[in-house]
Design a protein around this ligand. Structure first.
Ligand code: PLP
Length: 388
């Protein structure tokens, strides 16, 4: 069978592959410590499940508008206005099958062959693949420890060409956990406005931040940057709703209409009764978000301390998300060799940094219970010792 050329352009998701391998090993009865998951280990809060169940019982089981239930679009717009200071109404918002779907549809709606999309590395692994699937060219800008893995305004400016259409900005960042400061975001916004490009701000980890870090939406920094901003987010990480497949995209009405047309001919509406769970997530108490955040904060501290006690690997304290991005360069192993060998010999699953454009790192997720963290860190310590 001759497959479409675009299939050959994309790389299968390494994170999904590793998580699947670790799950299969667990099913075989092997005691695996999995630090590969990109999802909270908590159950979805009960009131959110109850709202979806109620909607199901009430017969909200039919096709709905492709752009989402009007009540949910309003709830998202209200949240973006009140929490993020973004002047959006319901018509500026579309409900999608997750943040991934938001970004994919955005690329389809915006990117044409020859268009360049700037992506700072380390990056969430789907960004470049989505750009390629839309026929565009990902332009990767390498960042390093010297700038805490943050793209600088100078780097952004020098990556922009006449073909640049979009800059992908992700704070808090997966995989580094980095959160940009308001001043840093302001400086990037100035370049975006000056060079007249668009920015998509992936804010899916906005609620999972630590210490004195503060999340601000780049689009809230003035009218000119607001006009050039598209917000992508979802319910998966903050409300532990990964399997619900619920996300949203917010931007200019013209763009949202285009994405709605694309959805109208592809997925149609997101599962109708699930959307009622999302309304409850935004409109009811936010205590559940804080409880999960506090649990992540505690685990992050323990994992960081354990990593710091392992000679040969290192990690800067991240301010957001639920990942540690660990430098393994002193082991002399590539990130794939490191992760393969760690899984084979110690039954610890981690994600190789090469998936995120950083082959001298691995990503460890602390969205798992404390006992697994302690056990997995003992094993990681043994493994690294055996490599030095
Ligand atoms: N953006 C980032 C940075 C992510 O890490 C993820 C999930 O891992 C997503 C978007 C997509 O999330 P979902 O499609 O589950 O809403």
């Amino acid at each position: 069978m001759k497959l479409a050329a675009r299939v050959g352009e994309v790389t299968p998701s390494l994170t999904l592959a590793i998580a699947a391998k670790a799950k299969a090993m667990k099913l075989d009865g092997i005691d695996v410590c999995s630090f590969s998951a990109g999802e909270p280990d908590f159950d979805t809060p009960a009131h959110i499940k109850a709202a979806a169940q109620k909607a199901l019982d009430e017969g909200k089981t039919k096709y709905g508008p492709a752009a989402g239930e009007p009540k949910l679009r309003q709830a998202i717009a209200r949240k973006l206005q009140n929490e993020n200071h973004l002047d959006y109404n319901a018509e500026n918002v579309i409900v999608t099958n997750g943040g991934k779907h938001s970004l994919f549809n955005l690329m389809l709606a915006l990117i044409e062959p020859g268009d360049e999309v700037i992506i700072p590395a380390p990056y969430w692994l789907s960004y470049p693949e989505m750009v390629k699937l839309a026929g565009g060219k990902p332009v990767i800008v390498q960042t390093d420890a010297a700038t805490e893995y943050k793209i600088t305004p100078a780097q952004l400016r020098s990556a922009i060409t006449a073909n640049t259409k979009l800059f992908v900005f992700n704070s808090p960042c997966n995989p580094t956990g980095v959160v940009y400061t308001p001043t840093e975001i302001q400086a990037l916004a100035e370049v975006i406005v000056e060079q007249d490009i668009l920015v998509v701000s992936d804010e899916i980890y906005e609620k999972i931040i630590y210490d004195d870090a503060k999340h601000i939406s780049i689009g809230s920094l003035g009218k000119e940057i607001f006009a050039r901003t598209i917000v992508s987010s979802g319910f998966a990480k903050a409300y532990s709703m990964t399997g619900w497949r619920l996300g949203y995209l917010a931007g200019a009405v013209e763009l949202i209409k285009a994405v709605s047309t694309i959805q109208g001919h592809s997925t149609s509406n997101v599962c109708t009764f699930a959307q009622y769970g999302a309304i409850a997530a935004f409109e009811d108490s936010q205590d559940c978000v804080e409880q999960m955040r506090l649990a992540f904060a505690e685990r992050r501290q323990v994992m960081l301390e354990r990593i710091r006690a392992i000679p040969g690997i290192s990690c800067a304290p991240p301010n957001g998300a639920f990942y540690l991005f660990v430098n393994i360069s002193k082991t002399g192993l590539s990130s794939l060799e490191f992760c393969d060998s760690l899984l084979e010999t110690q039954q610890v699953a981690a994600v190789p940094g090469i998936a995120f454009g950083a082959d001298d790192h691995i990503r460890l997720s602390y969205a798992t219970d404390m006992a697994s963290i302690e056990k997995g860190m003992d094993r990681l310590h043994k493994f690294v010792q055996s490599q030095l």
